[in-house]
Design a binder for this molecule. Structure first.
Ligand SMILES: Nc1nc2c(ncn2[C@@H]2O[C@H](COP(=O)(O)OP(=O)(O)OP(=O)(O)O)[C@@H](O)[C@H]2O)c(=O)[nH]1
Ligand SMILES: [K+]
Ligand SMILES: [Mg+2]
Length: 421
């Protein structure tokens, strides 16, 4: 593999900037700048020199192939965190024929070298993007190999079942039908139940990873935009006494006690002859339907019967103006009821995350679903068919971990990584 390098820390000023070099010869490349670095995984404080000129004083270390992040020989230079130093070093490394790494290239190399499987790569990508505690926790489990261990567990079970099927085939006597031992069916039923459980837990896990959507809906002037502004503690949406102020859907990303939530402020729902407002209203309905929860807002505590879904919340807005009525009293003017509303939302979302599984990506679930399909109907067939089903499930698990069929997907996933990762 070609020798590549990149700044592993975010570009800009900081305490330190770390430049990582990966590939055969990484140590030598570092030694040309820093002098001899006899021991792997030892930090050396060195003067870096380039063309006889001092470049920086840095902490330098290297890792042998097989015990680094990428699996290749890696050197790390911990420089003073000034962009000008990184630029000077970049020039020096390019002059020496090293290439700048592409986005995600270090991780891609780690994957190709078998240091990470695809589920771990996805977890790592999620970890870098995590904004809330729930996202961080879920991503860390995936990056730490929990999905991979689950797949290994399933694989062990398949190997045992496969061996039993194999042993049941009596090659000597082709006239007597072969009996598959019942343990095989027990093992496959166990696998199937586990797959079911993980597939059932996907929607909640997916929401934990990507966030829930909560649509604030109601008639014009109900106070929807005022409410989202109150929650945001800033002016994210225009507010006016004119009915039909909001047209586009306005998104506010919040961290609700660790759960990522996107609140949607929407156009007031009504029949209108105004073309543009009409576009806004149909957009509002569409997004409201697709949302996980709708918060129905009106001064009387009414709800939109057409869009109502179990688990939705009802807010009686402008509670500072009038008493009585149904729904949670909330005033965006005084702030009354806002924290109660957020608490209710938190409880509603938390209830939906209760059965969250480990698998949170569509790609992973497709592989699990294939595996489950291969097991469907496995019962009284001849051993050859059962053996074939076992092979198919194995192939699905290989796809899950990216051992086969990942080529097209790799470019997509690594493009989301930043340079230096
Ligand atoms: N007193 C009082 N007035 C409010 C409250 N919330 C909103 N208003 C007023 O009600 C009017 C409409 O508020 P908006 O937040 O624009 O209502 P909206 O539901 O977003 O309206 P559209 O975008 O037109 O559908 C504005 O004049 C607000 O100042 C409240 O809690 N108390
Ligand atoms: K308004
Ligand atoms: Mg509005």
């Amino acid at each position: 593999m070609e020798l590549v390098f990149a700044e592993a820390t975010p570009p800009g000023r900081g305490g330190v900037s770390v430049v990582r070099i990966s590939g055969a010869g990484a140590r030598q490349a570092a030694e040309r700048l820093a002098g001899p670095l006899p021991r792997a995984r030892h930090a050396y404080f060195r003067v870096l020199t380039c063309e006889g000129e001092e470049l920086d004083r840095a902490l330098v270390m290297w890792f042998e192939a097989g015990s680094s992040f990428t699996g290749e020989e890696v050197a790390e230079l911990h420089l003073h965190g000034a962009p000008v130093i990184v630029r000077r070093l970049t020039r020096a490394l390019l002059d020496r024929g090293l290439r700048q790494a592409e986005a995600g290239e270090f991780t891609r190399r780690a994957f190709l070298n078998g240091r990470l499987d695809l589920a771990e790569v996805e977890g790592l990508g999620d970890l870098l993007e995590a904004e809330t505690e729930a996202q961080r926790r879920l991503a860390l489990r995936a990056a730490g190999g929990e999905l991979s261990r689950k797949a290994d567990e399933w694989r062990a079970l398949l190997i045992r079942a496969g061996a039993l099927v194999e042993a049941s085939v009596d090659f000597a006597d082709e006239d007597i039908p072969d009996e598959v031992p019942s343990e095989v069916f027990d093992l496959l039923a166990q696998l199937r139940a586990d797959l079911d459980r993980q597939l059932d837990g996907f929607p909640a896990a997916e929401r934990l990873r990507s966030g829930f959507e909560v649509a604030i809906i109601g008639a014009p002037n109900a106070g929807k935009s005022s409410l989202i502004n109150r929650i945001a503690r800033r002016e994210v949406a225009l507010v006016s006494e004119i009915a039909g102020t909001t047209r586009d859907v306005i998104e506010l990303r919040i961290d609700l006690n660790g759960i990522a939530v996107t609140l949607l402020d929407t156009a007031g729902l009504r029949d209108t002859s105004d073309h543009v407002e009409g576009l806004g209203v149909s957009r509002a309905r569409q997004r409201a339907r697709a949302a996980d929860i709708r918060v129905h807002v009106s001064p009387s505590g009414d709800l939109d019967g057409e869009l109502w879904s179990d688990g939705d919340l009802v807010v009686r807005s402008k509670s500072d103006l009038a008493d009585g009525g149904t729904g949670l009293p909330v005033s965006s003017m005084t702030g009354e009821g806002v924290s109660e509303l957020l608490a209710a939302l938190d409880a509603a979302l938390r209830a939906r995350t209760a059965g969250a599984g480990l698998f949170s990506h569509e790609r992973q679930v497709r592989a699990l679903d294939d595996a489950r399909r291969a097991l469907t109907g496995v019962g009284g067939q001849p051993p050859e068919l059962i053996a074939e089903a076992i092979r198919q499930v194995s192939a699905s698990l290989d796809r899950l971990l990216g051992r086969i069929g990942a080529e097209d997907y790799l470019d997509v996933i690594f493009a989301q990584f930043c340079v230096g990762k």
